[in-house]
Design a protein around this ligand. Structure first.
Ligand code: ADP
Length: 432
């Protein structure tokens, strides 16, 4: 809001100052004739009076008359001038020669000097002095206060717009984070009411569409599991009936069926995580013990494969409140990947700062190219080099992990490890 106010203030003040500077001159120039005529009328009475005073005195006393009149009419100055020595343009000279009065315009179209001929040689000048400093200041104060009043009106008008736009922005952000039931709730009487209505309708459609999609995926996955289980069961029963030569082929088929079943299970998990309110469980855990318990299930396999692995933890790690089942699953995915793609080393680091706890999983493998670091979190995204089933799963692991971590207010990112491979970093907020 402060930014808008400052911008609005600067624009208003600049426009106002520019207008004050240029507009009066432009108007006076455009209607110069009318201003001259008006000021001639305004000054004529005083000029006539002054000229009369001179006419009643002999020419020799005119300087003295001018002096007395100047005192009487102060702060208006009255000066006796020779026409020839004065700085007159042709038009002014012509008017004075023909006995007419002349005025010169100053600021805002008011006369600054009025000239009246006394004879063919002399003339009297009435000079309006500039406004005194305090009056000038007061005039500017009036202008500034009018400008401030305008600005206050503008702010009064802008404030509800700003509030509603903020609301729209917050709703868009929450929708983007998966809170599909969020709506703007902006009054239809608001100036952006129509826009907000369109936005809310769009959110309704989006929610409906995604819910339908999820329900469909869920239903299909569930429906697939039953025939797959039957197929698995049937194939296993066939094993004994087949001649030994065909048994190998049958086991391969069972392997494919189980792989399909695993995919359906992954899909169901991913789908479930998309549904709001899935991160229900909240348990306080010590980070190091939590990670130790996860690694316990991998230790044998890691050692069996000859992978060197270590956990480096800061000494005073705080306790964390998290969903242990889902968080463990996210960490397991990272460790399993590191195990698959490392050459021979895997390191887990645990640290914390004022706001969050950080868990990194690093390996010394091939790493992930910079341009693909965001895509690998998309469901079913697998890097080309790992299309071979032997190196990976279905490309759902990281999508599930990120969903789990973000669902708890944290972040999961990937970068380059100092070991040479990939570095996955989980950041979970403290005190949740
Ligand atoms: P998958 O189950 O296929 O491994 P993931 O979602 O876990 O799916 O990972 C997506 C892709 O990211 C993988 O196919 C792999 O190419 C890449 N990847 C994940 N972890 C690593 C890692 N530690 N090093 C190199 N590549 C990785």
């Amino acid at each position: 809001m402060l930014k808008i106010v400052v911008r609005l203030y600067l624009i208003t003040i600049s426009a106002y100052a520019g207008a004050m500077y240029f507009v009066p001159d432009l108007i006076v120039q455009a209607f110069h004739g009318r201003y001259i005529a008006y000021n001639l009328e305004q000054a004529r009475g005083v000029q006539r009076l002054v000229v009369k005073q001179f006419e009643q005195s002999p020419k020799a006393q005119w300087p003295a008359v001018a002096e007395v009149l100047s005192k009487d009419f102060a702060p208006l100055r009255i000066e006796l001038r020779r026409q020839l020595e004065s700085d007159l343009d042709a038009d002014e000279r012509g008017r004075l020669q023909s006995g007419q009065y002349v005025v010169r315009l100053g600021d805002w179209g008011y006369y600054e000097t009025a000239l009246a001929p006394l004879d063919s040689e002399w003339m009297v000048a009435l000079i309006n002095p500039p406004e005194p400093y305090d009056i000038n200041m007061l005039s500017w104060t009036i202008m500034v206060l009018i400008g401030a009043a305008l600005l206050a009106c503008l702010l009064f008008w802008v404030w509800p717009h700003w509030r509603d736009l903020q609301r729209l922005k917050a709703t868009a952000q929450l929708l983007g984070q998966g809170q599909l039931s969020e709506r703007t709730l902006i009054s239809p009487r608001s100036n952006i009411g129509a826009l907000a209505k369109v936005f809310d309708t769009m959110a309704d459609d989006l929610e409906q569409l995604l819910t339908q999609q999820r329900e469909l995926l869920n239903a299909v996955s569930h429906e697939l599991r039953t025939p797959l289980t039957r197929l698995d069961f049937g194939l296993v029963l066939l094993y004994d009936e087949l001649p030994p030569a065909s048994r190998k082929r049958l086991l391969q088929l069972v392997g494919h069926v189980r792989e399909l079943d695993a995919l359906v299970l992954e899909l169901l998990s991913y789908n479930r995580l998309q549904t709001p309110g899935q991160m229900g469980e909240r348990v306080e855990v010590g980070l190091l013990e939590f990670v130790d318990s996860i690694l316990g299930s991998f230790a044998e396999e890691l050692d069996g494969r000859g992978i060197t692995w270590e956990v480096r933890a800061e000494s005073d790690l705080p306790r964390l409140i998290l969903d242990p089942r889902l968080t463990a699953r996210a960490v397991q995915n990272l460790v399993r990947n590191a195990m698959r793609y490392c050459d021979e080393r895997l390191v887990l680091r645990l640290s914390h700062d004022e706001h969050s706890c950080v868990l990194t999983v690093e390996d010394d493998g091939i790493g992930i190219p910079q341009e693909e670091r965001e895509q690998i979190f998309q469901p079913f995204y697998r890097l080309d080099r790992s299309r071979d089933r032997a190196t990976g799963g279905f490309g759902l692991g990281l999508a599930i992990s990120r969903r789990v971590i973000e669902g708890q207010g944290g972040t999961l990112t990937v970068g380059q490890s100092a070991l040479g491979g990939a570095q996955f970093k989980i950041q979970l907020p403290r005190g949740r």
